[in-house]
Design a protein around this ligand. Structure first.
Ligand code: UD1
Ligand code: CA
Length: 467
Protein backbone atom coordinates (compact mmCIF):
# COMPACT_ATOMS: atom_id res chain seq x y z
CA UNK A 1 0.00 0.00 0.00
CA UNK A 2 1.28 3.44 -0.88
CA UNK A 3 0.07 5.89 1.72
CA UNK A 4 2.51 8.73 1.11
CA UNK A 5 1.56 9.99 -2.34
CA UNK A 6 3.34 13.24 -2.90
CA UNK A 7 1.66 15.54 -3.80
CA UNK A 8 -1.28 14.08 -1.89
CA UNK A 9 -4.14 12.38 -3.70
CA UNK A 10 -7.79 12.34 -2.67
CA UNK A 11 -10.05 9.73 -4.28
CA UNK A 12 -13.81 10.20 -4.45
CA UNK A 13 -15.90 7.18 -5.44
CA UNK A 14 -19.45 7.89 -6.62
CA UNK A 15 -21.87 5.28 -5.34
CA UNK A 16 -25.12 7.10 -4.60
CA UNK A 17 -27.19 6.14 -7.64
CA UNK A 18 -29.89 3.49 -7.66
CA UNK A 19 -28.96 2.25 -11.10
CA UNK A 20 -32.38 2.15 -12.75
CA UNK A 21 -31.12 0.04 -15.62
CA UNK A 22 -30.37 -2.82 -13.19
CA UNK A 23 -34.14 -3.13 -12.57
CA UNK A 24 -33.47 -3.93 -8.93
CA UNK A 25 -34.62 -2.89 -5.48
CA UNK A 26 -30.98 -2.97 -4.47
CA UNK A 27 -28.57 -0.09 -5.14
CA UNK A 28 -26.35 -0.90 -8.11
CA UNK A 29 -23.01 -0.78 -6.29
CA UNK A 30 -24.26 -3.45 -3.84
CA UNK A 31 -24.62 -6.01 -6.59
CA UNK A 32 -21.83 -8.53 -6.51
CA UNK A 33 -19.26 -9.64 -9.06
CA UNK A 34 -16.20 -11.78 -8.37
CA UNK A 35 -17.66 -12.49 -4.93
CA UNK A 36 -17.65 -8.88 -3.69
CA UNK A 37 -19.95 -5.87 -3.85
CA UNK A 38 -18.99 -3.63 -6.80
CA UNK A 39 -18.16 -0.71 -4.51
CA UNK A 40 -15.83 -2.88 -2.43
CA UNK A 41 -13.72 -3.69 -5.48
CA UNK A 42 -13.30 -0.02 -6.29
CA UNK A 43 -12.47 0.91 -2.69
CA UNK A 44 -9.87 -1.90 -2.49
CA UNK A 45 -8.27 -0.65 -5.70
CA UNK A 46 -8.17 2.93 -4.40
CA UNK A 47 -6.79 1.85 -1.02
CA UNK A 48 -3.74 0.37 -2.72
CA UNK A 49 -2.89 3.85 -3.99
CA UNK A 50 -3.71 6.37 -1.31
CA UNK A 51 -4.30 6.59 2.42
CA UNK A 52 -7.85 5.36 3.25
CA UNK A 53 -8.40 8.63 5.15
CA UNK A 54 -8.26 10.31 1.75
CA UNK A 55 -10.84 7.99 0.20
CA UNK A 56 -14.44 9.20 0.17
CA UNK A 57 -17.45 7.21 -0.97
CA UNK A 58 -20.49 9.25 -1.98
CA UNK A 59 -23.59 7.42 -0.74
CA UNK A 60 -27.30 8.04 -1.28
CA UNK A 61 -29.50 5.11 -2.23
CA UNK A 62 -29.32 2.54 0.59
CA UNK A 63 -26.56 4.59 2.18
CA UNK A 64 -26.44 2.35 5.26
CA UNK A 65 -26.00 -0.83 3.24
CA UNK A 66 -23.37 0.74 1.00
CA UNK A 67 -21.42 1.96 4.06
CA UNK A 68 -21.61 -1.55 5.51
CA UNK A 69 -20.31 -3.07 2.26
CA UNK A 70 -17.14 -0.95 2.55
CA UNK A 71 -14.96 -2.88 4.96
CA UNK A 72 -11.67 -1.00 4.53
CA UNK A 73 -11.02 0.87 7.80
CA UNK A 74 -10.57 4.64 7.61
CA UNK A 75 -12.59 5.25 4.44
CA UNK A 76 -14.94 8.23 4.81
CA UNK A 77 -18.39 8.90 3.42
CA UNK A 78 -20.25 11.82 1.86
CA UNK A 79 -24.04 11.92 1.75
CA UNK A 80 -25.79 12.84 -1.47
CA UNK A 81 -29.41 13.00 -0.34
CA UNK A 82 -30.83 13.47 -3.84
CA UNK A 83 -29.16 12.08 -6.96
CA UNK A 84 -28.81 15.12 -9.17
CA UNK A 85 -25.91 13.88 -11.27
CA UNK A 86 -22.25 12.90 -11.05
CA UNK A 87 -21.12 16.55 -10.75
CA UNK A 88 -23.57 17.17 -7.93
CA UNK A 89 -22.33 14.02 -6.19
CA UNK A 90 -18.78 15.40 -5.94
CA UNK A 91 -19.85 18.89 -4.87
CA UNK A 92 -21.89 17.39 -2.02
CA UNK A 93 -18.51 16.79 -0.39
CA UNK A 94 -17.28 20.32 -0.95
CA UNK A 95 -17.10 21.23 2.76
CA UNK A 96 -14.58 18.51 3.52
CA UNK A 97 -12.93 18.03 0.10
CA UNK A 98 -12.13 21.65 -0.70
CA UNK A 99 -9.65 21.80 2.18
CA UNK A 100 -7.67 18.82 0.86
CA UNK A 101 -4.87 20.11 -1.35
CA UNK A 102 -3.08 18.21 -4.09
CA UNK A 103 -4.98 16.10 -6.60
CA UNK A 104 -8.52 14.84 -6.80
CA UNK A 105 -9.36 11.58 -8.54
CA UNK A 106 -13.01 10.81 -9.16
CA UNK A 107 -14.21 7.39 -10.17
CA UNK A 108 -17.47 5.54 -10.28
CA UNK A 109 -18.48 2.74 -7.96
CA UNK A 110 -19.91 0.70 -10.82
CA UNK A 111 -16.54 -0.02 -12.48
CA UNK A 112 -14.90 -2.85 -10.52
CA UNK A 113 -12.38 -3.97 -13.17
CA UNK A 114 -10.20 -0.89 -12.84
CA UNK A 115 -6.64 -1.75 -11.79
CA UNK A 116 -4.55 0.21 -9.31
CA UNK A 117 -1.76 0.41 -11.91
CA UNK A 118 -4.01 2.38 -14.26
CA UNK A 119 -5.03 4.81 -11.51
CA UNK A 120 -1.38 5.30 -10.64
CA UNK A 121 -0.50 6.05 -14.28
CA UNK A 122 -3.34 8.56 -14.43
CA UNK A 123 -2.02 10.30 -11.32
CA UNK A 124 1.53 10.27 -12.69
CA UNK A 125 0.46 11.82 -15.97
CA UNK A 126 -1.55 14.48 -14.14
CA UNK A 127 1.27 15.39 -11.75
CA UNK A 128 4.01 15.33 -14.41
CA UNK A 129 2.86 18.44 -16.30
CA UNK A 130 0.56 21.42 -16.19
CA UNK A 131 -2.77 19.83 -17.15
CA UNK A 132 -5.76 20.81 -15.05
CA UNK A 133 -7.16 17.32 -15.51
CA UNK A 134 -6.42 14.01 -17.15
CA UNK A 135 -9.28 11.76 -18.10
CA UNK A 136 -9.18 8.10 -18.93
CA UNK A 137 -10.49 7.36 -22.40
CA UNK A 138 -10.56 4.46 -24.83
CA UNK A 139 -11.27 3.93 -28.50
CA UNK A 140 -14.30 1.68 -28.53
CA UNK A 141 -15.88 -0.25 -31.39
CA UNK A 142 -19.25 0.42 -29.83
CA UNK A 143 -19.20 3.32 -27.37
CA UNK A 144 -22.98 3.33 -26.91
CA UNK A 145 -23.91 4.62 -23.46
CA UNK A 146 -20.58 6.33 -22.85
CA UNK A 147 -19.80 10.05 -23.04
CA UNK A 148 -17.82 10.97 -26.19
CA UNK A 149 -14.59 12.95 -26.09
CA UNK A 150 -14.64 16.08 -28.27
CA UNK A 151 -11.30 17.55 -29.27
CA UNK A 152 -10.55 21.05 -30.56
CA UNK A 153 -8.76 21.99 -33.77
CA UNK A 154 -5.42 21.33 -32.05
CA UNK A 155 -6.51 17.84 -31.01
CA UNK A 156 -6.83 18.86 -27.36
CA UNK A 157 -9.71 17.66 -25.22
CA UNK A 158 -12.39 20.36 -25.34
CA UNK A 159 -15.47 18.73 -23.81
CA UNK A 160 -17.40 15.54 -23.22
CA UNK A 161 -20.81 14.99 -24.73
CA UNK A 162 -23.14 12.57 -23.02
CA UNK A 163 -24.88 9.92 -25.11
CA UNK A 164 -28.32 11.43 -24.39
CA UNK A 165 -27.28 14.94 -25.47
CA UNK A 166 -25.14 14.03 -28.48
CA UNK A 167 -25.84 14.77 -32.14
CA UNK A 168 -25.47 11.94 -34.68
CA UNK A 169 -22.03 13.30 -35.71
CA UNK A 170 -20.94 13.35 -32.08
CA UNK A 171 -22.27 9.83 -31.53
CA UNK A 172 -20.03 8.64 -34.39
CA UNK A 173 -16.95 9.51 -32.30
CA UNK A 174 -15.37 6.37 -30.96
CA UNK A 175 -13.25 7.87 -28.19
CA UNK A 176 -15.26 7.26 -25.03
CA UNK A 177 -14.98 8.75 -21.55
CA UNK A 178 -14.25 5.95 -19.08
CA UNK A 179 -15.52 8.02 -16.13
CA UNK A 180 -12.18 8.17 -14.33
CA UNK A 181 -10.52 11.52 -13.84
CA UNK A 182 -7.63 13.14 -12.03
CA UNK A 183 -8.01 16.88 -11.38
CA UNK A 184 -5.82 19.52 -9.83
CA UNK A 185 -7.87 19.98 -6.66
CA UNK A 186 -7.50 23.77 -6.46
CA UNK A 187 -8.71 24.30 -10.04
CA UNK A 188 -11.52 21.80 -9.66
CA UNK A 189 -12.97 23.61 -6.66
CA UNK A 190 -12.36 27.04 -8.14
CA UNK A 191 -14.59 26.15 -11.09
CA UNK A 192 -16.92 23.45 -9.71
CA UNK A 193 -19.68 26.02 -9.16
CA UNK A 194 -19.90 26.55 -12.92
CA UNK A 195 -21.54 23.17 -13.60
CA UNK A 196 -25.17 23.72 -14.67
CA UNK A 197 -28.02 21.23 -15.11
CA UNK A 198 -28.58 22.46 -18.68
CA UNK A 199 -29.09 19.08 -20.33
CA UNK A 200 -32.08 16.87 -21.14
CA UNK A 201 -31.68 14.95 -17.85
CA UNK A 202 -31.51 18.19 -15.78
CA UNK A 203 -28.47 16.78 -14.01
CA UNK A 204 -25.15 18.26 -12.97
CA UNK A 205 -22.69 16.37 -15.17
CA UNK A 206 -19.19 15.95 -13.83
CA UNK A 207 -18.15 15.57 -17.45
CA UNK A 208 -18.93 19.28 -17.98
CA UNK A 209 -15.79 20.08 -15.96
CA UNK A 210 -13.74 19.27 -19.08
CA UNK A 211 -15.37 22.06 -21.04
CA UNK A 212 -15.37 24.44 -18.07
CA UNK A 213 -11.62 24.06 -17.44
CA UNK A 214 -10.82 24.11 -21.15
CA UNK A 215 -12.72 27.38 -21.56
CA UNK A 216 -10.90 28.84 -18.58
CA UNK A 217 -7.72 28.24 -20.58
CA UNK A 218 -6.30 25.15 -18.90
CA UNK A 219 -5.07 22.16 -20.82
CA UNK A 220 -7.04 18.91 -20.38
CA UNK A 221 -5.41 15.66 -21.31
CA UNK A 222 -6.71 12.22 -22.15
CA UNK A 223 -4.95 9.04 -21.21
CA UNK A 224 -6.08 6.29 -23.57
CA UNK A 225 -6.21 2.75 -22.31
CA UNK A 226 -5.77 -0.20 -24.62
CA UNK A 227 -8.48 -2.38 -23.19
CA UNK A 228 -11.71 -0.48 -22.50
CA UNK A 229 -13.03 -3.50 -20.61
CA UNK A 230 -10.94 -2.38 -17.66
CA UNK A 231 -13.19 0.63 -17.23
CA UNK A 232 -16.43 -1.14 -18.05
CA UNK A 233 -19.16 0.61 -16.06
CA UNK A 234 -21.94 -1.76 -15.12
CA UNK A 235 -25.38 -0.49 -16.02
CA UNK A 236 -27.34 -3.69 -16.62
CA UNK A 237 -27.29 -7.26 -15.33
CA UNK A 238 -25.86 -8.38 -18.66
CA UNK A 239 -22.80 -6.22 -17.97
CA UNK A 240 -22.76 -7.49 -14.38
CA UNK A 241 -22.40 -11.04 -15.69
CA UNK A 242 -19.68 -9.95 -18.17
CA UNK A 243 -17.71 -8.26 -15.40
CA UNK A 244 -18.16 -11.21 -13.07
CA UNK A 245 -16.71 -13.48 -15.74
CA UNK A 246 -13.78 -11.15 -16.39
CA UNK A 247 -12.99 -10.78 -12.68
CA UNK A 248 -13.04 -14.54 -12.26
CA UNK A 249 -10.86 -15.13 -15.33
CA UNK A 250 -8.39 -12.60 -13.94
CA UNK A 251 -8.37 -14.32 -10.54
CA UNK A 252 -7.89 -17.80 -12.00
CA UNK A 253 -5.11 -16.57 -14.23
CA UNK A 254 -3.32 -14.99 -11.25
CA UNK A 255 -3.67 -18.25 -9.31
CA UNK A 256 -2.40 -20.38 -12.18
CA UNK A 257 0.60 -18.10 -12.71
CA UNK A 258 1.26 -18.39 -8.97
CA UNK A 259 1.42 -22.18 -9.08
CA UNK A 260 -2.12 -23.50 -8.67
CA UNK A 261 -3.43 -26.09 -11.15
CA UNK A 262 -6.97 -25.39 -12.25
CA UNK A 263 -8.72 -27.99 -14.35
CA UNK A 264 -11.29 -26.67 -16.82
CA UNK A 265 -10.96 -23.12 -15.50
CA UNK A 266 -14.05 -22.01 -17.43
CA UNK A 267 -16.15 -24.00 -14.93
CA UNK A 268 -14.38 -22.96 -11.71
CA UNK A 269 -15.44 -20.07 -9.47
CA UNK A 270 -12.92 -18.45 -7.12
CA UNK A 271 -13.73 -15.20 -5.30
CA UNK A 272 -11.27 -12.31 -5.45
CA UNK A 273 -9.97 -12.53 -1.87
CA UNK A 274 -9.33 -16.29 -1.84
CA UNK A 275 -5.72 -17.44 -1.32
CA UNK A 276 -4.42 -20.80 -2.56
CA UNK A 277 -0.93 -22.30 -2.09
CA UNK A 278 1.26 -23.80 -4.80
CA UNK A 279 0.70 -27.27 -6.24
CA UNK A 280 -2.90 -27.35 -5.09
CA UNK A 281 -5.18 -28.80 -7.76
CA UNK A 282 -8.68 -27.45 -8.22
CA UNK A 283 -10.97 -29.72 -10.21
CA UNK A 284 -13.79 -28.74 -12.53
CA UNK A 285 -16.88 -26.97 -11.18
CA UNK A 286 -15.36 -26.26 -7.76
CA UNK A 287 -16.44 -23.01 -6.08
CA UNK A 288 -14.11 -21.37 -3.57
CA UNK A 289 -15.69 -18.37 -1.98
CA UNK A 290 -15.35 -15.54 0.50
CA UNK A 291 -12.21 -15.32 2.59
CA UNK A 292 -11.10 -18.92 2.12
CA UNK A 293 -7.38 -19.69 2.52
CA UNK A 294 -6.10 -23.00 1.12
CA UNK A 295 -2.60 -24.34 1.73
CA UNK A 296 -0.14 -26.04 -0.58
CA UNK A 297 -0.55 -29.37 -2.33
CA UNK A 298 -4.27 -29.73 -1.60
CA UNK A 299 -6.88 -31.22 -3.90
CA UNK A 300 -10.26 -29.59 -4.23
CA UNK A 301 -12.58 -32.07 -5.88
CA UNK A 302 -15.09 -31.53 -8.64
CA UNK A 303 -18.19 -29.62 -7.58
CA UNK A 304 -16.90 -28.88 -4.07
CA UNK A 305 -18.10 -25.60 -2.52
CA UNK A 306 -15.87 -24.04 0.11
CA UNK A 307 -16.68 -20.73 1.81
CA UNK A 308 -14.84 -18.64 4.42
CA UNK A 309 -12.72 -21.61 5.47
CA UNK A 310 -9.09 -22.38 6.19
CA UNK A 311 -7.40 -25.48 4.80
CA UNK A 312 -3.86 -26.44 5.75
CA UNK A 313 -1.38 -28.12 3.41
CA UNK A 314 -2.11 -31.55 1.88
CA UNK A 315 -5.84 -31.43 2.57
CA UNK A 316 -8.08 -33.41 0.21
CA UNK A 317 -11.64 -32.32 -0.36
CA UNK A 318 -13.30 -35.03 -2.42
CA UNK A 319 -15.97 -34.14 -4.99
CA UNK A 320 -19.31 -32.58 -4.09
CA UNK A 321 -18.36 -31.64 -0.55
CA UNK A 322 -19.70 -28.43 1.00
CA UNK A 323 -17.61 -26.64 3.60
CA UNK A 324 -18.58 -23.41 5.40
CA UNK A 325 -16.58 -21.45 8.03
CA UNK A 326 -14.47 -24.42 9.03
CA UNK A 327 -10.81 -25.18 9.59
CA UNK A 328 -9.15 -28.34 8.26
CA UNK A 329 -5.59 -28.97 9.32
CA UNK A 330 -2.77 -30.57 7.36
CA UNK A 331 -3.59 -33.86 5.70
CA UNK A 332 -7.27 -33.90 6.67
CA UNK A 333 -9.74 -35.30 4.15
CA UNK A 334 -13.43 -34.63 3.58
CA UNK A 335 -16.02 -36.16 1.27
CA UNK A 336 -17.11 -37.11 -1.27
CA UNK A 337 -20.56 -35.73 -0.49
CA UNK A 338 -19.70 -34.49 2.99
CA UNK A 339 -21.13 -31.37 4.56
CA UNK A 340 -19.13 -29.35 7.07
CA UNK A 341 -21.84 -26.90 7.90
CA UNK A 342 -20.33 -24.29 10.20
CA UNK A 343 -17.62 -23.73 12.84
CA UNK A 344 -15.91 -27.09 12.53
CA UNK A 345 -12.31 -27.84 13.30
CA UNK A 346 -10.86 -30.97 11.71
CA UNK A 347 -7.42 -31.64 13.14
CA UNK A 348 -4.41 -33.06 11.35
CA UNK A 349 -5.04 -36.22 9.35
CA UNK A 350 -8.65 -36.63 10.42
CA UNK A 351 -11.04 -38.17 7.88
CA UNK A 352 -14.57 -37.07 7.19
CA UNK A 353 -16.13 -39.51 4.75
CA UNK A 354 -19.12 -39.69 2.44
CA UNK A 355 -22.49 -38.49 3.63
CA UNK A 356 -21.10 -37.22 6.92
CA UNK A 357 -22.42 -33.93 8.28
CA UNK A 358 -20.53 -31.90 10.86
CA UNK A 359 -21.77 -28.85 12.73
CA UNK A 360 -19.83 -27.00 15.45
CA UNK A 361 -17.69 -30.07 15.86
CA UNK A 362 -14.05 -30.67 16.53
CA UNK A 363 -12.54 -33.87 15.14
CA UNK A 364 -9.26 -34.71 16.84
CA UNK A 365 -6.08 -35.61 14.99
CA UNK A 366 -6.41 -38.86 13.08
CA UNK A 367 -10.07 -39.33 14.05
CA UNK A 368 -12.34 -40.94 11.44
CA UNK A 369 -16.00 -40.74 10.56
CA UNK A 370 -15.92 -42.50 7.24
CA UNK A 371 -19.56 -42.97 6.32
CA UNK A 372 -23.08 -41.67 6.94
CA UNK A 373 -23.01 -39.78 10.25
CA UNK A 374 -24.29 -36.61 11.88
CA UNK A 375 -21.96 -35.07 14.42
CA UNK A 376 -23.19 -31.80 15.94
CA UNK A 377 -21.90 -29.76 18.91
CA UNK A 378 -19.31 -32.45 19.49
CA UNK A 379 -15.78 -32.60 20.82
CA UNK A 380 -14.23 -35.72 19.39
CA UNK A 381 -10.77 -36.76 20.55
CA UNK A 382 -7.72 -37.96 18.66
CA UNK A 383 -7.90 -41.27 16.80
CA UNK A 384 -11.57 -41.81 17.60
CA UNK A 385 -13.46 -44.07 15.20
CA UNK A 386 -17.06 -43.16 14.50
CA UNK A 387 -18.94 -46.03 12.87
CA UNK A 388 -21.30 -45.68 9.94
CA UNK A 389 -24.75 -44.40 10.83
CA UNK A 390 -23.73 -42.73 14.10
CA UNK A 391 -25.93 -39.83 15.11
CA UNK A 392 -25.45 -37.27 17.87
CA UNK A 393 -28.92 -36.37 19.12
CA UNK A 394 -27.92 -32.83 20.02
CA UNK A 395 -31.35 -31.22 19.94
CA UNK A 396 -34.25 -31.96 22.28
CA UNK A 397 -36.68 -29.63 20.56
CA UNK A 398 -35.67 -26.69 22.77
CA UNK A 399 -31.92 -26.65 23.31
CA UNK A 400 -28.70 -27.91 21.74
CA UNK A 401 -26.57 -30.21 23.90
CA UNK A 402 -22.91 -31.19 23.66
CA UNK A 403 -21.30 -34.58 23.05
CA UNK A 404 -17.75 -35.35 24.21
CA UNK A 405 -15.84 -38.42 23.04
CA UNK A 406 -12.40 -39.09 24.53
CA UNK A 407 -9.22 -40.00 22.64
CA UNK A 408 -9.10 -43.42 21.05
CA UNK A 409 -12.77 -44.28 21.69
CA UNK A 410 -14.56 -46.57 19.23
CA UNK A 411 -18.20 -45.89 18.46
CA UNK A 412 -19.85 -48.86 16.74
CA UNK A 413 -22.05 -48.47 13.69
CA UNK A 414 -25.53 -47.07 13.94
CA UNK A 415 -25.08 -45.68 17.45
CA UNK A 416 -27.42 -43.03 18.73
CA UNK A 417 -25.67 -40.73 21.21
CA UNK A 418 -28.27 -38.77 23.17
CA UNK A 419 -26.68 -35.49 24.29
CA UNK A 420 -25.57 -34.18 26.68
CA UNK A 421 -23.36 -37.23 26.80
CA UNK A 422 -19.76 -38.22 27.46
CA UNK A 423 -17.89 -41.22 26.17
CA UNK A 424 -14.57 -41.72 27.93
CA UNK A 425 -11.18 -42.16 26.30
CA UNK A 426 -10.57 -45.67 24.98
CA UNK A 427 -14.18 -46.74 25.55
CA UNK A 428 -16.27 -48.83 23.15
CA UNK A 429 -19.87 -48.32 22.18
CA UNK A 430 -21.50 -51.45 20.80
CA UNK A 431 -23.04 -51.20 17.34
CA UNK A 432 -26.69 -50.21 17.29
CA UNK A 433 -26.65 -48.73 20.80
CA UNK A 434 -28.82 -45.91 22.07
CA UNK A 435 -26.51 -44.26 24.60
CA UNK A 436 -28.16 -42.09 27.23
CA UNK A 437 -25.75 -42.63 30.17
CA UNK A 438 -22.07 -41.62 30.22
CA UNK A 439 -19.67 -44.39 29.16
CA UNK A 440 -16.59 -44.36 31.43
CA UNK A 441 -13.09 -44.56 29.92
CA UNK A 442 -11.91 -47.97 28.69
CA UNK A 443 -15.34 -49.58 29.26
CA UNK A 444 -17.99 -50.94 26.90
CA UNK A 445 -21.33 -49.20 26.59
CA UNK A 446 -24.11 -51.33 25.14
CA UNK A 447 -27.59 -49.96 24.80
CA UNK A 448 -29.62 -52.36 22.75
CA UNK A 449 -32.04 -55.24 23.32
CA UNK A 450 -30.48 -58.65 23.82
CA UNK A 451 -30.64 -60.90 20.83
CA UNK A 452 -33.01 -63.89 21.12
CA UNK A 453 -32.59 -67.14 19.17
CA UNK A 454 -35.54 -69.48 18.64
CA UNK A 455 -34.23 -72.58 16.98
CA UNK A 456 -36.29 -74.13 14.17
CA UNK A 457 -38.82 -71.31 14.50
CA UNK A 458 -38.73 -70.49 10.81
CA UNK A 459 -38.91 -74.08 9.71
CA UNK A 460 -42.02 -74.69 11.85
CA UNK A 461 -43.66 -71.59 10.49
CA UNK A 462 -43.18 -72.79 6.95
CA UNK A 463 -44.76 -76.15 7.82
CA UNK A 464 -47.83 -74.46 9.41
CA UNK A 465 -48.14 -72.18 6.43
CA UNK A 466 -48.44 -75.13 4.02
CA UNK A 467 -51.42 -76.73 5.86
C1 UD1 B 1 -21.01 8.25 -16.79
C2 UD1 B 1 -20.41 9.46 -17.51
C3 UD1 B 1 -20.08 9.07 -18.93
C4 UD1 B 1 -19.11 7.91 -18.95
C5 UD1 B 1 -19.66 6.75 -18.13
C6 UD1 B 1 -18.58 5.71 -17.93
C7 UD1 B 1 -21.43 11.44 -16.48
C8 UD1 B 1 -22.44 12.51 -16.64
N1 UD1 B 1 -21.35 10.56 -17.48
O1 UD1 B 1 -22.24 7.92 -17.41
O2 UD1 B 1 -19.50 10.16 -19.64
O3 UD1 B 1 -18.86 7.51 -20.28
O4 UD1 B 1 -20.08 7.16 -16.81
O5 UD1 B 1 -19.07 4.57 -17.27
O6 UD1 B 1 -20.72 11.44 -15.48
N2 UD1 B 1 -23.87 8.62 -9.20
C9 UD1 B 1 -24.01 9.25 -7.99
N3 UD1 B 1 -24.87 10.30 -7.87
C10 UD1 B 1 -25.58 10.76 -8.92
C11 UD1 B 1 -25.45 10.12 -10.17
C12 UD1 B 1 -24.58 9.05 -10.28
O7 UD1 B 1 -23.36 8.87 -7.00
O8 UD1 B 1 -26.34 11.71 -8.70
C13 UD1 B 1 -22.96 7.47 -9.30
C14 UD1 B 1 -23.68 6.18 -9.65
O9 UD1 B 1 -24.03 5.48 -8.47
C15 UD1 B 1 -22.64 5.42 -10.46
C16 UD1 B 1 -21.75 6.50 -11.05
O10 UD1 B 1 -22.05 7.71 -10.35
O11 UD1 B 1 -21.85 4.57 -9.65
C17 UD1 B 1 -21.97 6.72 -12.54
O12 UD1 B 1 -23.34 7.01 -12.78
P1 UD1 B 1 -24.09 6.44 -14.06
O13 UD1 B 1 -25.49 6.91 -14.01
O14 UD1 B 1 -23.84 5.00 -14.20
O15 UD1 B 1 -23.32 7.24 -15.24
P2 UD1 B 1 -23.33 6.88 -16.80
O16 UD1 B 1 -24.62 7.24 -17.38
O17 UD1 B 1 -22.86 5.49 -16.97
CA1 CA C 1 -22.33 3.79 -15.54
Amino acid sequence: MNTDMNPPLTIVILAAGLGTRMKSRQAKVLHRAGGKALVEHVVDTAAKLTNPERIFVVVGHQAGEVRAAVTTPGVRFIEQPEQRGTGHAVTCGRAVLEGLSGYLTVLYGDGPLLRTETLRRLYEQETSDAAAAVLLTAMMDDPTGYGRVMRDAHGRVARIVEQKAATPEELAIREANMGIYCFRADLFWKHAGEMRPDNPAREYYLTDMAEILHRAGYPIEAMQIEDPREALGINTRVELADVDRLLRERKLRDLMLAGVTIEKPETVTVDSDVEIGIDTVVEAFAQIRGRTVIGENCRIGAGAIIEDSELGDDVVVWPYTIIGTSRLERGATAGPFARLRTDNHVAEGAQIGNFVELKKTRMGAGAKANHLAYLGDSQIGAKVNIGAGTITCNYDGFHKHPTAIGDGAFVGSNSTLVAPIEIGAGAYVGAGSVITQPVPPDSLGLGRAHQVIKEDWAKKRRTIGKQ
